[in-house]
Structure formats: C-alpha cells, structure tokens
Ligand binder design. Structure first.
Ligand SMILES: *Cc1c(COP(=O)(O)O)cnc(C)c1O
Length: 390
C-alpha cells in the first residue's frame, strides 16, 4: 500500500509509457486510449515535437517566477489571443484556477460598477472544479456535499434555457456575469444550442454582464473548432482554458476581451508557477502542432467517423438512448447506469470513462488516425452490446 491520500477510485492498472493513441502497462499489455488523460493529451502520447521542445526547454530554463518577464509566456499569449480573437490572458496551472480567476474578475468588475454583492449565474449539471469557489459554482451536489458553507454569490439556472436566464435578469440587479460550459463535459456531454448562445450574447450586451465561457474541456480544437463557442459564431468576454492546452504539462488560462479587459490591476491576482517557461513552451508547441498538422479539422473528421460508426454498429440496440457531441468530445447515452463498462473496456484494452452515471465519454487525442477511430468503434460497439445484453 502506498501513502497516498484516499481521494480517488483508481483502476488497478499503471502505465509505463505511451505512443500516439496507445498506452502500455507494466506487463506490456497495450490499450487504445480514448480518454487522453481526461481531454488533456491533445497530441497523444510521446509526440516527438512536444518531447523535443520540452527537453530543450528543460535544459535551458524551467522556472523563474512572474517577478520577471517570461518570454515564452509572452509568445504563448500572442498565439492564444490571436486564435481566440481576444485581448489578453492570465496564466495559471489548472482549470479550477482559471475559473477562480474568472470568478474574481467578475466580482471585481461588479465592484468597479458599484455593485457591492455581485452575483454570477451558473448552470445545473455544470462542473467548474474542486476549489471552494469553483465547487460552489459546480452544479453537482456530490462535489459540494460536506464542504459547506459554500461560497455565496452564485445563482443557478437550468442548462441551455434562455428563458430561465431572462427571468433572473428581470429580478436580480446584482448579476454581473454568467459562467457556463459551451458543451458540458462531466455533466454528460450536453451541447448548448446556438440560439441559446446568440440570445445570451445579446442579453449580456444589454445588461452589461460578462459572458464567461468555461472551455477547460472543450477548448484547443477538441470540438472541431479552436474553441467550441466558435461553432455559434459568438465571442465571449471571458474564456477559461486548461486541460488540452499543455498536452499534459499543467497550464491554465483566463482570457478577456472587450469590457472584461483591464479589470485586474497589478497586485489583484497572481500565481507563483503560472505560465512558467516549461508550461508556456508546452502550450505554444501544442498550438503550433495542432495548427501545422491540421488537427482541428482532424477532430471533426475523426469525431464524425466515430459517431457515425457507433450509430451504425449500435443501430436498433435497445438501451442506447443517444450518441452525441461535437468533434472528439463524444457521449454515448445509455438508458441505465454503466460504470461497469469502464472495467470491462479496460480488460478489452480500451480506455474510456463514464460520466453522469450513464454516459460513456470518449475524448480521443486530436492525432487519432482513421485506423484508430475504426478500432475504437470496432472495440467499443461489441462491449456496449454485451453490457446491454443485446
Ligand atoms: C476539468 C474541468 C475543470 C477543472 O479543471 P482542473 O484542472 O481539474 O482544476 C473545470 N471546468 C471544466 C469544464 C472541466 O472539464
């Protein structure tokens, strides 16, 4: 037994190395990775360009702190804001920290307008992290239970429901921002409708609210656009990123534009590690490789292939309720809890995840080949059929 604190239900497997879409365990057994470390390994495992860039950077400089200019961080900020068409960015180390920055920024924005008790609208089934503020913003009692008192200042509405947000707009003068996922990840791969995003953009403009999008899971090309909100053609005021940004090296980001730009002044927020040279090079190399290898378009292509393949293979199978998502953010909704499928897949050499009890979640690397996608479908479909007794 190790001395690790008992916070995870871990599967009984440990990996020694990986290559592309594959992970290898201590016994040399190989697994097709359809989880990517929970949407983190954008470039798959051991991508030669990332490996070389990290090795070179580690040999030059790993960390100096934000007491000084960090040139690698400046370069990443230029690339990221250009891709997002946003104004500036704060770097941290994780998704919850990126959302903490957004929540603090929204409160500061409210105070600057004389609102003493600023409130942020959040959604049911949301997941924003495990720090006190972000678990309070999260719409899942299991994440919150036992940690009360929760952080105040959040107003919850149903997901993807514009009328519910408009009702809050009518009667709550303290609202300063709305924070949500364009596609909910932990909540079960729930996709917002473009109409909802268009309506919210208008409402936020009319009410002077910040439209804050948590793209920690959906960002960095995963859904077939650089950022999931780009499918609807809207622009947020604040966007948070993390998971896929560093391809496995911890890095988070909070971007602003328009009226969210310039809210923080020196001394208002900070991070010791945030955007250090190694993490910034991981982010910059990830963005460059995604761009140069055409991986955003590949996410669309492979995502369509996987969804269509599963739809064909599972057509008419009772118990399969829905196959949904965008690009390589894929959910297979069953009509019953299916946590057992995780272990059954593991035994069959396939790594996936089940979320919201009954949704099989697939988050393959953006480097998946046609053969990888076909193998995923050919391996998963029989497992699902067997699980459902079909
Ligand atoms: C994973 C996730 C987070 C939290 O990220 P951490 O790096 O675990 O803190 C926040 N928001 C969304 C949408 C996520 O998927």
């Amino acid at each position: 037994m190790s001395h690790l604190m008992n916070t995870y239900n871990r599967l009984p497997v440990a990996f020694t190395h990986g290559e592309g879409a594959w992970l290898f365990d201590e016994n040399g057994k190989r697994y097709l990775d359809a989880l990517s470390g929970i949407a983190v390994n954008t470039l798959g495992h051991a991508h030669p360009r990332l490996t070389a860039a990290l090795a070179a950077q580690a040999g030059r400089l790993i960390h100096t702190s934000n007491v000084y200019r960090v040139l690698e961080q400046e370069a990443l900020s230029d690339k990221l804001t250009a891709l997002a068409q946003m104004d500036d960015v704060f770097f941290c180390n994780s998704g919850c920290e990126a959302n903490e920055a957004a929540i603090k920024l929204a409160r500061m924005y409210g105070h600057q307008q004389g609102i003493d008790n600023p409130a942020i609208i959040v959604m049911e089934h949301a997941f924003h992290g495990r720090t006190l503020a972000t678990l309070s913003a999260t719409g899942n009692r299991k994440v919150q239970a036992g940690f009360e008192p929760l952080v105040a200042g959040f107003v919850r509405v149903p997901f993807d429901d514009l009328a519910a947000v408009e009702a809050v707009a009518q009667n709550n003068p303290n609202v300063v921002a709305i924070l949500f996922e364009v596609i909910q990840g932990e909540g079960g791969i729930n996709v917002t409708h473009p109409d909802f995003l268009h309506g919210l953009r208008k409402l936020c403009d009319a009410k002077n609210w910040l439209l804050m999008l948590d793209e920690v899971q959906s960002g960095i090309g995963r859904t077939g656009k650089w950022f999931a909100h780009q499918h609807a053609g809207i622009k947020p005021d604040v966007m948070t990123l993390a998971k896929g940004l560093g391809s496995g090296v911890p890095i988070g980001a909070c971007l602003t534009s328009g009226k969210a730009f310039g809210v923080f002044k020196p001394g208002n927020h900070g991070s010791t590690f945030g955007g250090n040279p190694l993490a910034a090079v991981a982010g910059l190399t990830t963005l460059e490789v995604v761009e140069q290898e055409g991986l955003v378009a590949n996410a669309t292509k492979q995502g369509d292939a996987i969804r269509n393949g599963l739809r064909a293979a599972l057509a008419g199978v009772a118990g399969v309720a829905d196959i949904r998502g965008e690009g390589l953010m894929i959910g297979v909704q069953l009509d019953r809890p299916c946590g057992d499928l995780v272990k059954q897949s593991l035994e069959a050499g396939l790594l996936l995840n089940v979320t919201a009890e009954s949704v099989i979640r697939l988050l393959p690397a953006l480097t998946y080949s046609d053969a990888d996608s076909k193998l995923l479908v050919d391996t998963l479909a029989p497992l699902v059929k067997k699980f459902l007794g079909a």
